[in-house]
Write a protein that binds this ligand. Structure first.
Ligand SMILES: Nc1ncnc2c1ncn2[C@@H]1O[C@H](COP(=O)(O)OP(=O)(O)OP(=O)(O)O)[C@@H](O)[C@H]1O
Ligand SMILES: [Mg+2]
Length: 360
């Protein structure tokens, strides 16, 4: 019988194991593969183990010049390994009261990511666990996160075909997680958002941050959690109210990202008035109104890059993804199919060549 990694880890924490006596005694990832594993873990990458010295060398002792970003669990640095490979190194930094939580995220990330392989998921190259210090080493994504591009920090203004390409890449990554093809049972990401969609030099989208991910026990469609985890603006209302976590919670978050791509606005914008801070609440009622749709299209987007037909199809898909009732939302596999159609509709409408069609 397969076990959810997280529940297995909790169980392990509860047991009178050596871990319980001293949680900081480090054990290699193989020891976290607990009890029965079905099917056996795939292990293509993610297994490299680095020393603290290697992490320091790679980042010039975590110099500010190498700092690429900062998140809730620590800073991310650009680094160069001894092999010459350029990587992103996440240094986990947590206040003492959050250490256990951070350690759990670290283990989940290493264990899940090292078993996954998909062009739309950020690859984990390895990790470092030295004393209480924890680092995750990822493939380096040159163009950073999607949110920065939508907020004008990126170097190019994203036209509609590029936004569709990013949406499609992210949808494929999530569909792969939700299918059983990755580890034998579906995985819920739980923290899907525009800062967790990273872009490489060709603007190919890859999903990152699996620290909150949960494996869905076989045959089960719902998982009840004690605490609601994730990020404001992306919370599935059903999950928030009941604690019932489903694959459809990721679909809701995906719908929010679609709305960010369409409008260029943030999922939560505290600079707006009290009724306009939440993007879904702000635009939901007009998504299926063809006349009003125009008002919400990102003004930064070139008018020559989109057809209104493809915008209408996209807005309709987004509106279904953010439905309050999770059962009414499409699956990620359906989102992939619809986005392919939307991309082709747009390319055809603009009279683009076959080459563009092959882009996705
Ligand atoms: N593999 C990577 N390659 C390049 N840049 C990265 C990589 N991973 C993360 N980053 C950059 O570092 C930033 C911080 O990442 P991190 O995952 O720590 O936080 P976040 O996703 O922004 O927020 P949160 O902690 O709430 O998830 C990202 O937004 C991104 O710009
Ligand atoms: Mg992140």
């Amino acid at each position: 019988m397969p076990f959810g990694l997280v529940s297995a880890w909790n169980k392990r924490r509860r047991s009178k194991s050596e871990d319980h006596i001293n949680p900081w005694i480090y054990k290699p990832v193989e020891f976290w593969q607990l009890e029965d594993q079905n099917p056996p873990a795939k292990r293509h990458h993610g297994s490299a183990v680095f020393t603290l010295k290697e992490m320091e060398e790679a980042t010039c002792s975590f110099s500010d010049e190498n700092l690429v970003g900062k998140g809730g669990f620590g800073r991310v640095y650009k680094g160069t390994l001894r092999s010459g490979e350029v990587v992103a190194i996440k240094k986990m930094e947590l206040p003492p009261f959050k250490l256990a939580e951070g350690e759990q995220e670290f283990r989940v990330e290493v264990d899940i990511l090292s078993r996954l392989e998909h062009p739309n998921l950020v690859s984990l190259i390895g990790y470092c666990a030295d004393g209480k210090q924890r680092f995750l080493v990822y493939e380096y994504m040159q163009k950073g996160n999607l949110q920065d591009h939508l907020n004008g920090i990126g170097e190019v203004k994203m036209g509609w075909p590029l936004r569709l390409k990013v949406a499609l890449g992210a949808a494929r990554g999530l569909a792969y997680l939700h299918s059983s093809s990755s580890v034998g049972i579906p995985i819920i990401h739980r923290d899907f958002k525009s800062t967790n969609i990273l872009l490489n030099t060709n603007y190919e989208a890859k999903i990152s941050d699996f620290g909150l991910a949960k494996l869905m026990p076989e045959g089960q469609e719902t998982c009840v959690t004690a605490r609601v985890l994730g990020t404001f603006g992306y919370f599935d209302p059903e999950y928030t109210l009941t604690g019932k976590l489903t694959l459809q919670s990721d679909v809701y978050a995906f719908g929010v990202v679609l709305l960010e791509l369409l409008t260029g606005r943030r999922a939560v914008d505290l600079n707006q008035g009290p009724y306009d801070q939440n993007l879904v609440l702000q635009v939901r009622h007009i998504l299926n109104d063809k006349k009003k749709q125009r008002k919400v299209i990102d003004p930064e987007m070139s008018r020559s890059s989109y057809t209104m037909e493809s915008i209408a199809m996209f807005a309709n898909l987004a509106s279904r993804c953010v439905r309050i009732e999770s059962i009414e939302r499409p699956s990620m596999a359906e989102c992939v199919k619809e986005l392919q159609l939307i991309f082709h509709t747009n390319s055809k409408g603009l009279g683009m060549t076959m080459h563009t069609f092959r882009m996705v």
